[in-house]
Design a protein around this ligand. Sequence first.
Ligand SMILES: Nc1ncnc2c1ncn2[C@@H]1O[C@H](COP(=O)(O)OP(=O)(O)OP(=O)(O)O)[C@@H](O)[C@H]1O
Ligand SMILES: [Mg+2]
Length: 327
Amino acid sequence: MPLLEVRDLVTEFRSSGGTVRAVDGVSLTVEPGEILGLVGESGCGKSATCRSILQLFGGSQGRIVSGQVLLNGIGDLAKMTERQMQMVRGKEASFIFQDPLTALNPTMRVGRQISEGAERHLGLGRHAAHQLAVDLLREVHVPSPERRVDAWPHEFSGGLRQRVVIAMALAMQPRLIIADEPTTALDVTVQNQILRLLAERRQKHQTAIILVTHDLGVVSEICDRVAVMYAGRIVETGSVDEVLDNPTHPYTRALLAALPSAAMRGQPLIPIEGAPPSLVAPPPGCRFAPRCAFATDMCRQGLPPELAARGGQATGHLDACILGEGR
Ligand SMILES: Nc1ncnc2c1ncn2[C@@H]1O[C@H](COP(=O)(O)OP(=O)(O)OP(=O)(O)O)[C@@H](O)[C@H]1O
Ligand SMILES: [Mg+2]
């Protein structure tokens, strides 16, 4: 039984240019203890998908139009009120934002920020909360946690701040962590340390993780499965080995060929020509068709294709190419 099952999720943002359908029929599952990578070009809807799961739209005009976000044992998060979501966030599922600076309150000591939610939700006393913060700082490998627990965010480097953000996300032992490009702002060494932390947590506590990244090298190192998004939809998904070693959708193939990373395995670097379509008025048919070397008239017409099995049902490898295996 999956921990999280997202079914046919549709999310829109109202903007001056019209209504942007940032997520257009996304379905995905995450099992306990599994790391699902979510990849795709900038603007394809990765963050919108993640924010929808926890209804974290901030001040933006985002809303879930339809679909379900089923969290095992809790129910459909898409139907919950803000008040109900406040009981879910942090405790059942937590979110790690890209930028550790904006995620921290500059006027609150780091220890307090880490334990605040646990104090409130779990009714921890002052002393227990302080101890929890020290333990979590130790768990995320912040040196001298007893001393550092009383520091202010500005006294920490970017890498240490992101560790604090992760400690905050771990504080109530959520079953799901959604990490939206948690390492983009950090240098490579720190990136690796942070990713190792997430992998450790999964190992020790069977925490499920959705990891948004631009880096297919990161996907190949720490994810179990991957979902590739294009223009608001998932175009290919499967185990990391299947999808990276044997990509079937032309977009995934192009993405793999274009990215200089360890996952490249010596393939030449080919930038994908053209730009993704508008999400205000997307063209009919397959949204990748205008950039696809294989596209036929069939691809340019009708509804966008649905995900279908590739390489046999049992592998869980799916892609949304109209041409299927006859390409
Ligand atoms: N608050 C908003 N108001 C209007 N449009 C938005 C808003 N947030 C996102 N969008 C639009 O929704 C689409 C998906 O954006 P999203 O941030 O989910 O992309 P992304 O895949 O996370 O990109 P990146 O890799 O750059 O983070 C884009 O077209 C974006 O312009
Ligand atoms: Mg994003």
